[in-house]
Structure formats: C-alpha cells, structure tokens
Design a protein around this ligand. Sequence first.
Ligand code: FAD
Ligand code: 2OP
Length: 517
Amino acid sequence: MGELKRDIAALPPLPNREAISDALLVEESPLVESLIARARFPEEERCRIELLASDLVKAARDGRHEQGGIDSFLHEYGLSSEEGVLLLCLAEALLRIPDAATADRLIAGTIGSGDWARHLGHSDSLIVNASTWGLMLTGRVVDCGDARRSDPAGLVQRLIARSGEPVIRQALRQAMRILGRQFVLGQTIEEALANAEEEREQGYRFSFDMLGEAARTSEDAERYAQRYGEAIAAVAAWAGQPKGRTEEELQRRPGLSVKLSALHPRYQPSQEARLQDELVPRVFELAGAMREAWLPLTIDAEEADKLSLSLALTEPLFADPALAGWNGLGLAVQAYSKRALPLIDWLAGMARATGRRIPVRLVKGAYWDSEIECAQKQGLAGYPVFTRKTNTDVAYLAAARALLAQLDCFYPQFATHNAHTIAAVSTIAGNRPYEFQRLYGMGEALRPEALAKPCRIYAPVGGHRDLLAYLVRRLLENGANTSFVNRLADDHAPISAIIADPVEKAAVLPCPKKRTR
Ligand code: FAD
Ligand code: 2OP
C-alpha cells in the first residue's frame, strides 16, 4: 500500500453536478409523472411480477420463524411474549444510555424501586416501540394490552414479585444482548467473520459495516478509520487469495461499507476544502488497501444535505489513476431522493469519463423521517425526498431500469426487503448480471436468492456504543405501517394489497399538495 500515490494532476475532465443540484426541491407531481412513464410495465410483465411477488410473500409467511433467540429467552425466564416484548422495550431504553456503566448501575440500583422510569423518561414513551419489537422478534404482531402499555413499571414490579429481582435484572441484560444481536453480526470483525461462515457456505456474499457514523471528535474518526484498516486485513484473510484479479471475482468477494461521516468530525458542506485535504486521503488509503486485497468498498448514502459533499469527495477517487483497474468503489443511491435519476446520469458520465464500471447499490433511503423534519425546521420551499411511499417505490423501479440499461457503466446491486420490488427487478433484469442485497437480521424469509441471483448481506459489526443510530433507523423502518416488512408480518394484511403495483397506484393518486412556507 505504501507506494500507492494519488495522482491528482492526471484527473480526466469530469461531468458536472448541476443537474443533480437543480433537482433538489423540484415539484413532486410532475417528477412522479415522468417516473411513472419510465417505470410502467406492460400488462403481461405486470401479471408475471404479481405472481412472483405473491409466491415470495407466501413462502416468507410460511417459513417465518422466531428470531433473535426470543423464544428461548421467553422460555428461560418464564415470560409471556407480551412480557418479553415489554422487557425488550425497557432494554432498548437502557441501550440509549451512552455509557454501559451507568446503564448497569441503573439496572442494579433502581429496577426494584420502579425508579427507572424517572431516569429514562415517561414510562409510556418507553413502550412506544412495543409493537415493532414484537413484530421484529416474533415475526408476528404481539398485542401489548393498553393497561400494560400505560403501566410498564407495574408490570416490572409484578415480574419481580413473581421471579425475584436478580432474575429480572439478568433478563434485562439478556434482552439488551438480544437487541444488539438482532441486527449486528458480531461485536468485533473476528466474531462477525466467524458468525458469517454458515451463510457464506450457503452462497451469500457479505458487506461488513464497522458501525460508526457522525464522528464527534478527531479521536472518534481516527478510531473508526483504524477499525476499517484492521477490518480490511481480517476480511482479506477470510476471503483468501483472489482467483485472478477480474471484475467477476471482485463482485463475488466480501467487501466493506463505510459512512463518510464516521471518518471526519467536521463532515459538513461548509468544510469541503478541509475535507478534501483531510478526509479524501483517508478514504483513498482505505480504497487503496481494498484494491490491493481485491475487495469491494461501498460508500453508504446518508442525509440529503450531505449528498453533494459526498460526491465532491468521492469524485477524485473515481478518477484517480492510482485506483484504476479496480472497479470496486461503489456508492449507494437513494430512490426517495428527487435527485436519484440525475445522480445515476452523473455516475454514468463518471464511469464513461474514467473508463470504470461503478457498483451502485440502489436503496429507497433510511432517513425519511429526519429529512421531512429537517426540511420543515429549515422552512425549505419543498422536500428533497418524496412524500408518498408509493412515489419512492416508483422512483426505485425507474432507477432500476436506468441502471440495468447501462451495464457498461454499472454493476447494479438491488438492496430491498420488499417482495414486489424484488419481483419487479428480477423481471426487468432477466438474465443480466446484478445482485440483491439485504440487511443482516431483516428480510431473511424473502430469500431473493430463490430467484437464482446472488444475494449480499449488509452486516453491521460493533458494540452497543455505536449501535444506537442504526438501531433507531431499523425501528422506524419496521414500525412504519407503510413498510413492507411491517405488512408482511401482519397476517390480516391481504397479499394482494401488499404486493400491489406501485406504478399503477401512483398513476391514479391525486397530486400531493404543494408545500407552502
Ligand atoms: P419498503 O417497505 O418497500 O420501503 C420503505 C422505504 O420507503 C423507507 O425506508 C423510505 O425510504 C420509503 N418511504 C417510507 N415512507 C415514505 C413516504 N411517506 N414518502 C416517501 N418515501 C417513503 N439506506 C440508506 O439511506 N443508505 C444506505 O446506504 C443504505 N444501505 C442499505 C443496504 C442494504 C443492503 C439494505 C437492504 C438497505 C439499505 N438502506 C440504506 C436502507 C434502505 O434505504 C431502506 O430503508 C430499507 O431497505 C427499506 O426499503 P425496502 O424496499 O426494504 O422496504
Ligand atoms: C443505515 O445505516 C443501512 O446504511 C443503512 O441505515
């Protein structure tokens, strides 16, 4: 790695990003109309997609199993599923305490007195996620009765009276471990690699994410960068020698995912010049090490106000001749963003200008709630994201078509847990090369690999301390009653409704109201 030098003078002329910026707050309805035209399926394809999606949902509902060890947890402590879920809610609140020693003291010192509610906030707000946890951990809707919701302290007191305080304390610690394990493959990269072995043997690919984002201090950022450095060495050893330095081999091998916000404490648009000097060399070093080990690296998509900055910072890496020959530097593109299609056009321009093929992970976007809140707080004239779930689904399909139509520029990676989206992508793509991706701990039952395409698992690695922001995004996602995983778990939701074609739905919806300040 030492001899790899950045050759900035040799950068080719690159496409400009004006069209991306222009699309930031465009009006939703005309944009959706144009996306409908790009995404729409002929009748015959629509029927095939519906059949496929319906099969995926049926198989997923039939194959549903208890997850996260909740079953043995309930059994071990003699808890009903309702009691177990309420303990998980309390455990989640405890996880929000940044330092483990304080959480421990709280469990040890105050649980019996019921005082924990005072420390952790109003008791009813502790239980807001009950139905989401019930759904995620048991795969079914668990009804936590109204009385128990409004009096979780009373429930804990009753459990203590029944089982004794030490047992309930131990159960809470166990519940905290279950929450961590549900979405995290291991606390260290070594543990994660050992845990990944079984799924690797089943043919899954992996992208490991060394949990960390929004570094607050230089020390945090250095710690994350160091963790990535160590993870590259460990993943390279796990992957073994590449069978040739070909692109197909690169696509098959395990990789890493990284958030740029983890690697610098001032990851803000106003700091671009400083970040070019300080952050780009750091990412360049990681990319160089990944190239050397012949592993792919993906840059995760974060909040909308960081998009232009992230492109300005990755542009020099795409173009740097020192990284040439390695088509392993990929980006995530968020379909809920009004800028998704211009961004794909820009990436295609970049691929052509630099003679690379760019792996693009197409996602819907994990920051929807905070994007809406942020635009409202700033009094923006519009939103940078769609305001209807259906519109995001339509944009995803239009973007999928754009990626699949330019395979000279892209290696498409479709990250979704939605059966309709999976079925639609597989129908549009036919036998063109691409992969599916899913998050560790989610979407296991859907098994897109049944469609004879490779599937990569995005696997977070880290301890409780770095988990929270990620966990909250998964909670919001699972909890939203428009989300596919939520609908899938609700046996009362008819299959036909949850796999309805979003393009046809969007076509008949009245226009969303224009946002006025
Ligand atoms: P669905 O239930 O079909 O879709 C849910 C999504 O719809 C929400 O996440 C949101 O994007 C959108 N949505 C919900 N409500 C509305 C509304 N009212 N208006 C408009 N849109 C709405 N996300 C990132 O942001 N960056 C990443 O780098 C990233 N990497 C990922 C990697 C993998 C392997 C996977 C599987 C997901 C990743 N995600 C990432 C998360 C992803 O963006 C989605 O949040 C998640 O996958 C849910 O989408 P879905 O298709 O599975 O589910
Ligand atoms: C997130 O961190 C998976 O990147 C996505 O929510």
